[in-house]
Design a protein around this ligand. Structure first.
Ligand code: C2E
Ligand code: MG
Ligand code: MG
Ligand code: MG
Length: 282
């Protein structure tokens, strides 16, 4: 009665809410079988060194080909995987698949590049994560310096746990990046002390950098701070030449975005972006 007086008819919302919960439960059940049914695959998006325009890295991004719904976005299924704990085996599959792909390309004689892999909170909180990753790298035979692990600011909220975990990961020899930088909680204190290698400036700042002078100020400040802290800095979501020009002016190291390429399947990445280690003299 009260809610209706305030202009909200609760009765109209209950079925919708139930539907959402039911829908979600269905998706969760489907997700449970997706790994064994081979419904996941990875796409790769190039990371470009601005100074030389060389492709120096690729970010591995997870895709779910649902038998009935078709392609489901990671934005929709990663949170479900995270809350249900399924992200742990799924994340391990991503790690293994991306590292194996990188090693296969190195073996084929392409110039080696770094593969960036997104870690979820649950994965990051696993006490034996570094041991697991170390074992995977050893099994595959991939040099850890060609692996970059992306975490978000929220994962470093518990400073002591994050610090220990990052140190264990760093001892493996992998790189650590802070993804979506600028959107979360970040104290300058942790930036100074955490063993990290790179900041990835969130797409939201980069996408409006030419229209919004506040965004320009933020991008410029993050870039200059990264230089001072001796961190690498990568801009996410670069879509046009104007943004690229601005990033060059700021001496941003690397960029990633639709201007260069959307994320593509392995075969297409190999054809479009990989270069042989030894150029044949022409
Ligand atoms: P992210 O790690 O920040 O990845 C970048 C996202 O931005 C990707 O979306 C990519 O397709 C998109 N993107 C790249 N360049 C542009 C651009 O120029 N314009 C626009 N509009 N978008 C661009 P995607 O693949 O849908 O992934 C969304 C998020 O899902 C990722 O954000 C990441 O947080 C999560 N995710 C994806 N794969 C994995 C995974 O294997 N594990 C975990 N834990 N999370 C993942
Ligand atoms: Mg990422
Ligand atoms: Mg992310
Ligand atoms: Mg990001």
């Amino acid at each position: 009665h009260n809610a209706k007086e305030q202009g909200v008819d609760i009765r109209r919302y209950i079925p919708a809410m139930q539907m959402k919960a039911k829908e979600r439960l269905k998706l969760e059940n489907d997700l449970r079988r997706a790994l064994e049914r081979g419904e996941f695959y990875l796409v790769y998006q190039p990371q470009v060194l601005l100074e030389t325009e060389e492709i120096v890295g690729m970010e591995a991004l997870l895709r779910w080909n649902h038998p009935k719904r078709g392609l489901v976005s990671p934005v929709d299924f990663i949170p479900i995987a995270e809350e249900s704990g399924m992200i742990v085996p799924i994340g391990e599959w991503v790690l293994r698949t991306a590292c194996q792909q990188n090693k296969t390309w190195q073996n084929a004689g392409y110039r080696p590049i770094c593969v960036s892999i997104n870690l979820s909170m649950r994965q990051f909180l696993q006490p034996n994560l570094a041991g697991k990753i170390g074992a995977i790298l050893q099994e595959i035979g991939l040099d850890p310096s060609y692996v970059d692990l992306e975490i978000t600011e929220s994962m470093t909220l518990d400073k002591e746990t994050a610090f220990d975990q990052l140190n264990r990961l760093k001892r493996l020899g992998v790189c650590i990046s802070i993804d979506d930088f600028g959107t979360g909680y970040s104290s300058l204190h942790y930036l100074k002390n955490m063993p990290i290698d790179r900041l990835k400036i969130d797409r939201s700042f980069v996408s409006e950098v030419m229209e919004d002078s506040n965004n320009a100020a933020i991008v410029s400040t993050i870039t200059s701070m990264a230089h001072h802290l001796k961190l690498k800095v990568t801009a996410e979501g670069v879509e046009n030449k104007e943004q690229l020009h601005f990033l060059r002016q700021q001496h941003c190291h690397e960029a990633q975005g639709f201007l260069f390429s959307k994320p593509v399947k392995a075969e297409e990445f190999e054809l479009s972006f990989l270069k042989p280690l030894l150029e044949m003299p022409s």
